[in-house]
Design a protein around this ligand. Structure first.
Ligand SMILES: [Zn+2]
Length: 388
């Protein structure tokens, strides 16, 4: 994986903005895009039509919510756990990862921060790390989902302050239940420190969410899942998320977490304020069977992961599978669909050097097979990943 000084990548380009595909060349220097050349549109070759033999170059995928894969979980707090999870999703096209923790004891969260930071600084693929998403422990015991209720804690600005001081810039998103005591202080602290404050695993009323927007709340995790639902006289968390443009959100499109009509409704309501995430666990890329998640037992079968009580326990998705599900389930064109896993999540998390194919952006690309939408090659910072 040596970094060559200057190189050219050419093919059919979908740039992540939703614009039509074009044939062209991307010039890369030191891992950054320095020039884009469109072929002459008068040339027949340059017309937008994609043939089945074509390879398509799209921006690397960005996952704001992912716990693990290939047997590893970021929350293991081990070097091997983090490495397996990062490299599994990188091979499936995720070149921008927000490693997501669970509701865990404080020392376990700190081990996870340590290992993600170490991967970021020491591993050749470390530049895929955007940061950490703390999903818990500051959530509602009424909506634990697959989080371990034993370790739920009240929002603690003191913990967050210490973590920010110890790992400056590493934490990029914080999920909190805004109705819990201490939520206002921690949401304000997060927002002041460049951390996206998100609601999730929450029993918040419509009014709670409206108030929390005033404190800086900007995002909602896995829309529809583990949040107070929508009623026509009590819009709940879900109603507040749908109606407020200040709040972005995310969809787990695995065919289990959401009815396809709800996914359509959320996509319509949120426009470019919704992205796809995997919420993947260590079983992603592994055989069916028994696994653990945040210390709880999980059974994986038939494409879905559940706790013993039947609660959904994350997913076994990868971003390329989520893309295929979006294109097939929602009848979107490929350029429209690509936005939800590239430009939109990059904007939500504030990763301004990622998410589109444009001059000055990182040279992170996925080459897709135009027929199957499977990943053929991945480039991270100007380096092609080694062929499998
Ligand atoms: Zn969750």
């Amino acid at each position: 994986m040596s970094k060559s000084h200057s190189q050219v990548v050419q093919g059919v380009i979908i740039d992540g903005t939703g614009a039509d595909p074009y044939r062209g060349q991307i010039v890369i220097e030191n891992g950054t895009i320095t020039q884009l050349q469109k072929e002459n549109p008068a040339d027949k070759q340059a017309s937008a039509g994609i043939s089945n033999e074509d390879e398509i170059i799209v921006p690397g995928f960005i996952d704001l919510h992912c716990h693990g894969g290939d047997g590893g979980d970021f929350s293991d707090g081990t070097e091997a756990g983090a490495r397996s999870a990062f490299l599994h999703h990188l091979a499936h096209g995720t070149t921008g990862m927000v490693a997501t923790t669970m509701t865990l004891p404080r020392d376990q969260i700190e081990k996870t921060l340590f290992q993600v930071d170490r991967f970021r600084l020491a591993h050749p693929a470390g530049e895929m790390v955007i940061g950490v998403h703390l999903e818990g422990p500051f959530i509602s015991p009424r909506w634990p989902g697959a989080q371990n209720p034993e370790h739920i804690a009240l929002p603690s600005a003191e913990w967050l302050r210490e973590w920010i001081a110890q790992y400056p810039g590493l934490i990029r998103m914080l999920t909190v239940a805004p109705e819990r005591p201490g939520a206002e202080e921690i949401i304000r602290l997060a927002a002041e420190n460049g951390i996206v404050p998100a609601c999730g695993h929450t029993d918040a009323s419509y009014e709670h969410i409206r108030d929390a927007i005033g404190w800086g709340l900007r995002h909602a995790v896995h829309c529809g899942n583990a949040m107070r639902g929508l009623h026509h006289r009590e819009p709940g968390t879900l109603g507040a998320v749908l109606v407020h443009d200040e709040i972005s959100t995310e969809l787990i499109l695995d065919g289990f977490h959401l009815h396809s009509a709800m996914a359509s409704l959320i996509l319509k309501a949120k426009q470019d304020q919704v992205c796809l995430v995997t919420d993947a666990i260590r079983a992603s890329g592994m055989a069916d069977g028994a696994y653990t998640l945040g210390g709880l037992d999980v059974e994986v079968g038939g494409g879905c992961a559940r706790l013993g009580n039947g609660a959904l326990a994350g997913s076994i998705l990868t971003m390329d599978q989520a893309l295929r599900n979006l294109v097939q389930g929602q009848q979107l064109s490929l350029p429209e669909a690509i936005r939800y896993i590239t430009a939109i999540p990059a904007r939500i998390i504030g990763a301004s050097d990622r998410g589109t194919i444009a001059v000055h952006r990182r040279a992170d690309f996925v080459v897709l097979d135009s027929g199957t939408l499977t990943v053929r090659r991945v480039m991270l910072g100007g380096r092609w990943l080694d062929e499998p």
